[in-house]
Design a protein around this ligand. Sequence first.
Ligand code: OX2
Length: 831
Amino acid sequence: MTKHNNTTKPGGNGESIRTGMSEEAIRLAFLDNLFYVQGRFLEVASLDDKYKALAYTVRDRLLHRWVSTIRTYQQANPRTVCYLSAEYLPGPFMGLNLLNMGIEEPTRKALQSLGIDLESLIAYEQEPGLGNGGLGRLAACFMDSLATLQIPATSYGIRYEFGIFQQDIRNGEQVETTDNWLHYGNPWEVRRPQISYDVKIGGHTEHYTNEQGLHRVRWVPHETFRGVAIDTPILGHDVNTVNLMRLWRAEAAEALDFHAFNEGDYYGAVLREVRSETISKVLYPNDAPEIGKRLRLLQQHFFVTCSLQDMMRVHRTTGMPIERFHEKFTVQLNDTHPAIAVAELMRLLLDNHHLDWDTAWHVTRHTFAYTNHTLLPEALEKWPIPLFQSLLPRHLEIIYEINSRFLDEVRQRYPFDPDRAQRLSIIDETLPRHVRMAHLACIGSFAINGVAELHSQLLKETVLRDFYELWPEKFQNKTNGVTPRRFMLLSNPGLGSLLNETLGHGWETDLEQLRGLEAHADDPAFQERWRQVKRQRKEALAGEVHKLCGIDITPTSLYDVQVKRIHEYKRQHLNLLHIITLYNRIKRNPALDIVPRTFIFGGKSAPGYAMAKLIIRLINAVAEMVNRDRDVAGRLKVVFLPNFSVKLGQWVYPAADISQQISTAGKEASGTGNMKFSMNGALTIGTLDGANVEIREDVGAENFFLFGLDADAVSHTLANGYRPWDYYNANQELKDVIDLIASGFFAHGDRSLFQPLVDHLLQHDSYLLLADYADYIACQDQVSAAYRDPQRWTRMSILNVARIGKFSSDRTIAEYCRDIWKVQPVPVKLD
Ligand code: OX2
């Protein structure tokens, strides 16, 4: 893309139209970009043209800050954080960049003067869905906080051509279609064709002795691809720091394979390029990995090797010796997806830089830190040895060597405990043999952390217990957080204004300042304004729901919301059992005095997860029956929002009255939606799971609706021969609900459709829905009672926001900086 070079406003006050922040500069820049980048003028410009003209206008101002940031970092040569993550869910960029740069108002006015509505351009943006859920969104919150805290940081990942699938609901069922997010181009990214690296795969290794008599290894790959950098600037709030999200796109090593081409094999040459590109083609749409997928291992190796080679390139420019790599960079592994980095860094140091093993291992073990995000056994990544051998033969050799040295140490420490060595080994020897990526990550990292207190505790007691006994000093907790810029200021401007007016500015980057709200919790006038803010967001959501689903919902009803990936452990079906319970109560007594509720669901199921898909069907089936039932008379409404995303979340979180965080205790590592809801004044109904425990501690037990078994009780119940039948037989309401589902009532008489779900609940119920049912229903009854008392409810809502400060990702990132990364802020002045 070429842009003309007229950077000074003609006849103006000297403000550049590339960098000026005034309404006038922005207006001129917009028209300039519309004309010279899009080749359009106002009268014929499409929405896409206008959106892009504005995006380029904002991007110019980002690049200005970016250049200053790079200059600053070049001079200061600071220690730098590298975040390695296979997933990012940054959400749409326009609104946030305007907000972070502080030019929302002049931009709105500039566009208004041209007859353009800023909100329509913001709404037009399609977000990059380069992640599955919480893990990818956490990475995006961390980028926001790193830049805001002025920490030198780069986030590395994969630029999937197709992100998470688009979810349609047809006849109540999830239907997946591809997410062609790049179809209209992406104005936020900058391609860097000159920053690219070789990626080898397959083949074999050759061991030899060089002229100096030193042992050397050469990896002779079967194929070589290239990874090319595509950069997105990430601006902090109210600072000049622009960090980098650098995503890798796979290409053929040479655009066309000239050998094949010269042989006359034109199609073969083109095909090879097409095949290379498949590496970064599509995100695996699974919250827990499907084991043994070749392309997935390739993707992991692909982005890890490009990222490490990129760090080494930067490191060379500092003039520091490679033995000090770990002083320049600290690399965080976002779960085990990038854990191959431990072997890859060893390979680069041994085979390319010819360090001896001990020095290479010292550097490696001081470079990496590992975050674990799940206790679910099915989510712990393992790779079959033959697959690993065929794709990464050199890495497997290195892993064997790491493992053998490690196991020697273990045997020395525990000479009479051979089982322990087996349990700790990187190789799972039960046939077929596997590489355990979590073990590689633990052994190769200097720090290991969980994402909430309870989760970190359970890690030490269960899945990583042997590692904890070996190296207790490595283990830490870093409770997750979310960014208040996107999830409060941007998505809830009414709340933002009320907070500014009440507390002044500053809370956005120091969320503990929200404590100042406590003083207003009982003030009737303040309470009234608080309710108005909520009411306004509920009306706005009602408009979206109408647009997306054609369902009319009532803003005076209680909005009871559960948005997150669909998974049995998250128990969307427990929520359904409550809805059907209320439905039965109304059917038994249509005159029942009941608090009107709107139940809102959203979330995707992994395409191959049959039970989760069945839960989506049941939600929609219940919606169909309940919404049109005359006896219900609109007192209950059920909505399933299709294609939940960051963008949709921004409508949903601010509008919620109740946030459902009802996972089986011990299963949800942290949760982050729980924080977004609470920040927007929703009250939580939840179990003692993940970060719920800490949220409840902070907002106060009296401002949180707690129910259910705790993690200990869950393990005991399961260990002592849990019998869901007993609960079914002992509780008439529960029995009625299950019987109604089993009867085919929600399936037009088809008794077979939901049979697998009913059978699973009655026979196994591994997530203990029936054990928690009675307590959940009683707790929901308390929710209704509380909602009838607006003063009490509003007070609880205000106190939730007042005491949620800890859950800002700024706090989380400050802890990572202090306890793990040992990095300092490096403020940036604008050139
Ligand atoms: C998620 C966890 O399930 C969730 O509890 C947590 O809040 C989030 O990560 C961020 O830490 N994939 N997604 C997760 O874990 C894995 C693995």
